[in-house]
Design a protein around this ligand. Structure first.
Ligand code: ZN
Ligand code: ZN
Length: 297
């Protein structure tokens, strides 16, 4: 059995971020339905690992491939050539804008959104990480482009339960991802520099509807959270969430509760400790050693 760690390279191959060592495993650009199918198989395989192993795989993936993946997602989404109708949830939604929210690169970002390397990447000033600054705007634009159509679908009396689940799931995960990424930008007082005013207006309309209609569901919560972000609120919960996402809330040693004067691990800068002693104590085969990777960003 291959070491699970290699799964991060498998994901990179299927996402066309790395060439396979076995050329038959590279998926030609445009064969997007095939890519989507294989990607989902990998996600299922990954879900069979322990939570810790999954975190190691995602951490390594983000450390090595995150800049290339975001670049793909933002600037180089392929055009599906094969069986494009299979992307759409149903026949009447055969829209290219669906693919923008509904593709393996977007789904990969959904999977890794809470990995601390995301925070490191988003705050990095390295040119390699420049695309990350565009992520909130691009994701917001894409959700705004599909929102009204997906909502009409959700309100349609003829929708099947299966379709409803698919649309609800897709809308929830897209808005959740957007709000999670935006949390990293709460220190920007002018939120129109994060999500442009025009996009905010368009997106705001649909989020307002969802925050009311689905207020007892997760879609309502994340829509509300995103509306608050756009309105410029600095909710203490956002501050707390940002600290948790960036892994700088508490000393990295599990048994320690110290929250002040923490120092980052100099290699990965994705975890912080109160003292060098606690850093050493956490550097074990089942501790931070597993998650610590250098990055180019
Ligand atoms: Zn400590
Ligand atoms: Zn480290």
């Amino acid at each position: 059995m291959a070491l699970p760690l290699y799964l991060s390279d498998d994901f990179a191959v299927v996402l066309a971020l790395k060439q396979s060592d076995f050329s038959d495993r590279d998926i030609p650009e445009g064969n997007e339905f095939e890519r989507w199918t294989i990607f989902n198989q990998y996600v299922l395989r990954n879900n069979q690992e322990t939570q810790e192993q999954q975190d190691v795989i995602w951490s390594r993936f983000c450390a090595v491939y995150l800049p290339a993946m975001v670049d793909r997602l933002i600037s180089h989404l392929p055009v599906p050539l094969d069986a494009d109708e299979q992307y759409a949830y149903s026949e009447d939604t055969k829209h290219a804008s669906d693919f923008a929210v509904f593709n393996p690169w977007h789904e990969m970002l959904v999977q890794v959104q809470h990995v601390p390397y995301i925070g490191k990447y988003l705050r990095s000033k390295d040119p390699l990480a420049a695309q990350g600054k565009l992520l909130p705007q691009v994701l917001a634009q894409r959700v705004a482009a599909v929102g009204a159509r997906w909502d009409a679908k959700l309100r349609s009396p003829s929708i099947t339960q299966e379709e409803r689940d698919l649309y609800m799931g897709a809308a929830t995960s897209a808005v959740q991802l957007l709000s999670t990424i935006c949390i990293h930008f709460i220190n920007e007082p002018d939120r129109t520099r994060v999500v442009a005013r025009e996009t905010q207006v368009k997106l705001g309309k649909i989020l307002m509807v969802w925050s009311r209609r689905y207020r007892h569901q997760f879609l309502g919560d994340v829509s509300q959270r995103m509306l608050e972000f756009m309105s410029g609120v600095i909710d203490p919960i956002f501050v707390r969430m940002r600290r948790i996402y960036q892994n700088c809330d508490v000393c990295g040693l599990d048994s320690c509760q110290v929250r002040t004067r923490l120092m980052a691990c100099s290699r990965c800068r994705t975890i912080r400790y109160c003292t060098p002693e606690h850093q050493r104590a956490d550097w074990s085969d089942d501790g931070h050693k597993l998650f610590c990777f250098g990055t180019e960003y």
